[in-house]
Design a protein around this ligand. Structure first.
Ligand SMILES: NC(=O)c1ccc[n+]([C@@H]2O[C@H](COP(=O)([O-])OP(=O)(O)OC[C@H]3O[C@@H](n4cnc5c(N)ncnc54)[C@H](O)[C@@H]3O)[C@@H](O)[C@H]2O)c1
Length: 429
């Protein structure tokens, strides 16, 4: 099929590459001229495992191309996906100006029937607004359908998630776009759920809020574990073996972050408020999450006492493993809070250092993870990169002024760390 994706970021680029991979012909549009130039020259502006090779392969096969001209994408496609940002506003509500602008641009370029699919995460009832906007701004009297098709990919596993989705949600007002949408997704062999547009939009916010809730739940349990000498990993394992609960998203940590959970939670709370429902449960999820960061910082201060003038090594800057994304990263927030206490930081991340440099200043960026501890008073693990488990602990123990390690991601075994001579503080154990 002929498809266009408007917005070539973490969602748009991976979606475009995966659609091309299964044989569709895809145009990726972005209004960031530098990004499009990079892509046209064979570069990849983000890190996502497996993405680079997939983009190369499909560009070479002539199935994937990049442009900053929305009209070109609209003219040459049957189905147009929106994957533009929906960032939070200061009051927690969603900034829908990117969506509205693209809706107007599409309207201005349409000359034949089109299916306009929203993949961005939006508040319930946004589909109706998009349809109204297109109708208002479309000069040519052509028919169109607006579809909601929320995206559930995880950054760091996006290619895998896109190629093997758990489910595809298609929200429609009429049945007319359903066959085309099924054709788009048929090669992915996933269950397809067709709903009304409002339900599809709600499925996304309800899912992300639920996942955030699950993380906050185990983080709250971690506090009880610390107060009683229990081990949160054993508790999570025992809970997770119950199929009704499941093991995933039960890792206690210094809290969740990233470009999705925090903003989707505050958006959902705000949407509920506008519908005159006080979603207190989700407010508590936020409160527990920010409490985890406070508690972790307190652990560091209680142990090291005065941070002013102390050197601290921080491993991890991305908001989670396998990505270079630092938007709303708890690791960056932790660094800022340590700096506020007067600590000097030596930091490392396998993929996120370039992007972190825009947000985190006055620190020493260290290229090699084993060199981070050199000359430091303590080491902190802030992101759960698999490779941090291979840290040269003997070297770290020797290079730290005192062998103190704060593990915000529970990567190491406390008994072994003690055996190795570390003062080791993790979460809920
Ligand atoms: N990142 C994720 O893990 C994830 C997962 C599921 C859903 N989502 C949702 O998908 C949407 C996009 O998220 P993202 O992380 O890919 O954002 P992103 O910032 O990485 O990418 C968005 C892209 O859209 C481009 N853009 C903005 N305005 C444009 C316009 N008028 N025309 C063309 N391009 C334009 C930007 O330049 C940018 O490249 C958001 O609503 C987000 O909530 C994200």
């Amino acid at each position: 099929m002929k498809l266009t994706i408007i917005g070539t970021g973490y969602v748009g680029l991976v979606t475009g590459a995966c659609f091309a991979e299964v044989g569709h012909r895809v145009i990726c549009v972005d209004n960031d001229a530098a990004k499009v130039k990079t892509l046209q020259a064979g570069g990849i502006p983000i890190y996502e495992p497996g993405l680079e090779e997939m983009v190369r392969r499909n560009v070479a096969a002539g199935r994937l191309s990049f442009t900053n001209d929305t009209a070109e994408g609209v003219a040459n496609s049957d189905v147009i996906f929106l994957a533009v940002p929906t960032p939070p506003q200061p009051d927690g509500s969603v900034d829908l100006s990117f969506i509205e602008r693209v809706a107007r641009e599409i309207a201005g370029a349409m000359t034949t029937y089109k299916i306009i699919v929203d993949k961005s995460t939006v508040p319930v009832q946004t589909g109706d607004k998009v349809a109204e906007t297109i109708k208002r701004y479309c000069k040519a009297k052509v028919e169109f359908d607006v579809v909601s098709n929320p995206e559930f990919l995880r950054e760091g596993f996006a290619v895998e998630d896109l190629m093997k989705p758990d489910r595809i949600v298609i929200g429609v007002k009429t049945q007319r776009p359903v066959p085309a949408m099924k054709e788009v997704y048929q090669p992915f062999n996933a269950p397809i759920i067709v709903t009304d547009i409002n339900s599809a939009e709600l499925i996304k916010h309800a899912s992300n809020s639920f996942l955030a809730l699950k993380i906050s739940y185990i983080n709250a349990i971690s506090v009880i574990c610390e107060a009683t000498g229990a081990n949160v990993q054993e508790v999570a394992n025992g809970m997770g073996m119950d199929e009704r609960i499941g093991k995933r998203f039960l890792n206690a940590s210094l809290g969740f972050g990233g470009s999705c959970f925090p903003k989707d939670l505050s958006a959902f709370i705000k949407i509920a408020e506008e519908l005159r429902y006080d979603f207190g449960l989700l407010k508590e999820v936020q409160r527990i999450n920010s409490g985890q960061m406070d508690r972790f910082l307190k652990k560091i201060i209680d142990t090291l006492w005065v941070l002013k003038g102390k050197k601290i090594g921080v491993l991890g800057l991305a908001f989670k493993q396998n990505t270079d994304d630092v938007r709303m990263s708890p690791a960056i927030e932790l660094c800022h809070r340590l700096q506020k206490e007067g600590a000097e930081l030596r930091v490392h991340d396998p993929k996120a250092m370039d992007k972190a440099k825009a947000l985190l200043k006055d620190v020493t960026y260290v290229d090699e993870m084993n060199a981070v501890a050199d000359g430091c008073d303590a080491l902190v693990i802030a992101t759960e990169w698999e490779e941090f488990k291979q840290l040269d602990l003997e070297r770290a123990r020797k290079s730290l002024s005192h062998p103190i390690l704060f593990d915000g991601r529970n990567l190491f075994d406390p008994a072994r760390m003690e055996q190795l001579g570390f003062i080791y503080k993790s979460i809920g154990r």
